[in-house]
Design a protein around this ligand. Structure first.
Ligand SMILES: [Zn+2]
Length: 165
């Protein structure tokens, strides 16, 4: 295996510690297999289960005590697979506002931060987000207050319909 920076050979794979550039500051991968270049300081790292790694990082950030930092907001947004403008639409703010949250130019309001944390905590962000997205979009349209709700037993659970005639 050759170094993609200088073309020299990589050394043998060894367990090591390397920084992980995922957009979050100060993330370190520990006990991962690393091959270091014999000629320059480049290295190649084998990252197993990348999806799980990102999910666990997002979980750690979303459950962290204290306000989210700019880099954390951007990381969670990207983890959710959303462009800045997509998040802006969902959170009913201007795209520039999201940009300011992500550069630290303006603090994210508490409710928006809470919603971002909840979204990131969804086990499968894309699927769960779709449901929540629908909910958020529906709240925009004028609808009746106190709509009829029907609850029907179905197996060991219930089928609940809102707005049923
Ligand atoms: Zn090299």
């Amino acid at each position: 295996m050759k170094c993609d920076a200088c073309g020299a050979e990589f050394g043998p794979s060894q367990s090591g510690v390397v920084p992980y550039r995922c957009g979050l500051p100060n993330v370190t991968l520990v006990n991962v297999q690393v091959r270091r270049c014999t000629a320059c300081d480049n290295y190649a790292v084998d990252i197993p289960h990348v999806d799980a790694l990102h999910r666990c990082l997002a979980h750690a950030v979303a459950t962290r005590v204290g306000r989210l930092g700019a880099a954390e907001i951007k990381f969670l947004r990207k983890f959710l697979g959303l462009a800045g403008k997509d998040l802006a639409v969902r959170f009913k703010v201007e795209p520039e506002t999201v940009s300011r949250w992500e550069t630290g130019a303006r603090p994210i309001p508490g409710p928006a931060e809470g919603l971002l944390r909840v979204l990131a905590l969804c086990e499968r962000p894309v699927q769960d987000y779709a449901a929540l997205d629908g909910l958020l979009l529906r709240t925009r349209k004028a609808g009746p207050a106190n709509p009829k709700v029907s609850a029907t037993p179905r197996g060991d659970t219930w089928a609940v319909e809102i707005g049923a005639a």
